[in-house]
Design a protein. Structure first.
Length: 152
């Protein structure tokens, strides 16, 4: 349980630092990273890549668009299609953000041997089952919630 609490605390602290320092949630950052990789994408493509629902991605894009980090535009061939693109301000924001908890974990995890990766995944799935949490729907994004600015 101590190890689980440490993981949860690391997630919370990382997300709070990201929110406090850069005014971004982890989910918003992931959307920016996906757009940086692809140049542009639809909300559906972002949702599939991030493991989030399309409605969630739409809400995230709304917030990012309000901040001038991304823009929406209609498709030229199919006007029903809406493309989301990263703006220069979004690129600057990404350049300022240090490696996130997810990025550090991914980089270290992918450096492990295949057998060790499989062992860790199996152990974590077993822990989830022991906690009766194996049926809970959870996105692969570690996030603690929306950023709320306090009065100045």
């Amino acid at each position: 349980m101590i190890a689980l609490r440490r993981i949860l605390r690391a997630t919370e602290l990382g997300s709070k630092q990201l929110a406090r320092t850069f005014r971004l949630t982890t989910s918003q950052l992931i959307v920016l990273e996906i757009l940086s990789e692809r140049g542009q994408a639809t909300a559906g493509a972002i949702a599939a890549r991030a493991g989030l629902g399309q409605a969630t991605v739409t809400a995230l894009v709304d917030k990012l668009e309000q901040r001038g980090l991304v823009a929406r535009r209609r498709g030229e061939a199919d006007r029903r299609q809406v493309w989301i693109e990263l703006l220069d301000e979004g690129r600057r924001a990404l350049a300022e953000v240090p490696g996130t908890l997810q990025t550090r974990f991914r980089d270290k995890f992918t450096g492990l041997e295949d057998w060790e990766q499989a062992y860790i995944v199996a152990a974590l799935e077993r822990v989830a089952a022991l906690l009766d949490a194996d049926k809970i729907d959870a996105a692969p994004v570690l996030d603690v919630g929306e950023i709320v600015e306090r009065g100045s």
